[in-house]
Write a protein that binds this ligand. Sequence first.
Ligand code: DX5
Ligand code: ZN
Length: 228
Amino acid sequence: MNAAYSTDDHYIHPSILNADFMDIGGELDKIATADSVHVDVMDNHFVPNLTFGPSMVSQIVERSSIGVDAHLMIADADREAPAYAEAGADSVTFHLEAAGAPIKLARDLRRKNTQAGVALRPATPIGPLLDVLGEFDLLLLMTVEPGFGGQSFLTSMLPKIRRARRAISEANLELSIQVDGGVSRETIERCAEAGANVFVAGSAIYRAQDAAEEISALRDLARAHTAH
Ligand code: DX5
Ligand code: ZN
């Protein structure tokens, strides 16, 4: 189990969504210098795509030398999310839109020694979460519509990141902001400047010639543009 994220540090989480599923072990080895592997769980209901379940996540946990960050794009998070904590993921992030009782769920996850993350689709406003941010370890602000890798970064999400970071600082909370979707050398600096400190990158890393070099370039750009 990894230590909790520090808001003063920057973390690069490669997404294996666009990796070679026939060689997940080899694809994990390529990103061993990253901070955690981001595993996109999709159920073909919450999003129009289908990927992994808890047993695959548990095998990734066994095989991975770095932390495992599970991003659940699934309906009925209240019922399904605890299984991913039990599978050994270091953090489990569910969508606010898919949770009936998000605070209860976050507390359940934390009780299972997993960091609890809450995610918002691009069009979901941050307002309703602002008073309960202390219940979570991670706030995931989607910078594309969830479902697929390789989409273009939504620049219109930058003010939302800024607003969230301001609210977190004002409340004196240790809460990391993760951005996911279209994060690359072209967009990571703006995300870091706005206040994100955990960066998911799928195609940018897996389509690079050298994944380790891409991870370190992304980390350097993020560190150089820290918001605080
Ligand atoms: C999209 C997923 C992302 C995806 C990001 O629904 O949540 O994690 O893998 O891929 P890129 O970095 O290619 O946008
Ligand atoms: Zn994701």
